[in-house]
Design a binder for this molecule. Structure first.
Ligand code: ZN
Length: 330
């Protein structure tokens, strides 16, 4: 098969010096971690030196080309793995992969993925058959939590944390649970999905078919909708945040409401999981007010006189997906 055309799309983000890796592979204790992050437009792969020292050895990207269908997506993942092998001189024993949506533990098929070609398919089984390598799959919120726990904010600030809840508040609201270094996917694959827990009827209809989900109150679009409702003006969340700082009453009302419902929603999670640390990711997670007023509100609603939960900003940015995927196999 001719790879020359496909190679045009491949570009290394960073690779290791081959002398380095010869020396690394001689160290029997070192277990490199292989991870792939499946996005709608690109597949990104990374090899980390080890769990203890998660230095990037190789990092590569290929386009997903999801419009070409299911078999082509699997082909592209195979292509990425081949390139990672060639670039590093290493061979994976197992690969972790992050993806949107969920792998249903009962049917072993994918569901709720925005890369719709994989929905209803035995994605893990088909990948393992095509690559000849065992795969460990988890959704992107779980990978986010895993990365921040293993090599990001949690490792930096609260290294002994046993239970980490990683929150993604952006276009949607999701969450991932890491306990003792392992993702808890749940019996039905919905572990950590607080975004579709009931919070308040005023949120209105959710795309999931229910009403008043956390997502209908805490997502970016939900805040923008509320601001538009009270002002008649379309305005992005970062701009609402700037207007809040400038003292605009409608922006204050919008963000105060966000803090109120964030406190209520996250207090429900704390009452059940009581995590050591909560990491707030996603576009809404960038709002600094969450760490002051938002946490104050959580303190009001939680079933305790104190609130000892540590709230952290994520450290890894867009890299959390692929690093978390690698940590799935740590
Ligand atoms: Zn919902």
């Amino acid at each position: 098969m001719c790879h020359s055309k496909l190679l045009l799309y491949l570009y290394p983000v960073s690779t290791i010096n081959h002398n380095d890796y010869t020396c690394l592979t001689k160290n029997k204790a070192m277990k490199p971690l292989w991870g792939i992050d499946m996005g709608g437009t690109k597949l990104e792969g990374v090899i980390l030196e080890s769990k203890e020292n998660p230095k990037v050895l190789t990092r590569l990207r290929v386009p997903t080309e999801k419009e070409k269908g299911y078999d082509h997506i699997i082909h592209q993942i195979g292509l990425l793995v081949d390139q990672m092998k060639a670039s590093s001189g290493l061979v994976p024993e197992i690969i972790g992969m992050g993806h949107p949506g969920a792998l249903d533990p009962q049917t072993q098929t994918m569901k709720n993925s925005n890369t719709t070609a994989v929905n209803g398919r035995h994605f893990k089984r088909d990948l393992e058959a095509a690559l000849g390598i065992p795969m460990e799959l988890a959704n992107d919120a779980n990978c986010f939590a895993m990365a921040e726990a293993g090599m990001g904010a949690v490792r930096t600030h609260v290294p002994g944390a046993r239970m980490v809840f990683g929150v993604i508040m952006g276009t949607g609201v999701g969450g991932g649970i890491v306990f003792d270094g392992k993702v808890w996917n749940g019996h039905q694959g919905i572990g950590g999905e607080w975004g579709h827990s009931f919070l308040d009827d005023s949120g209105g209809k959710c795309y999931c078919g229910k009403t008043g989900c956390v997502e209908t109150l805490l997502s970016g679009p939900a805040c923008e909708r509320y601001y538009e409702k009270i002002t008649g003006q379309k305005c992005s969340l970062p701009e609402i945040s700037r207007r809040y700082d400038a003292g605009e009453p409608a922006a204050i009302e919008t963000l105060d409401r966000l803090m109120h419902f964030f406190g209520k929603g996250i207090a429900n999670v704390i009452n059940i999981l009581d995590p050591n640390v909560i990491v707030l990711g996603g576009g809404v997670g960038n709002i600094d007010l969450l760490y002051s007023k938002g946490v104050e509100k959580a303190r009001e609603f939680v079933f305790n006189l104190r609130l000892d939960t540590v709230f952290l900003k994520p450290q890894l940015g867009d890299s959390a997906g692929v690093f978390g995927a690698a940590f799935l196999v740590a």
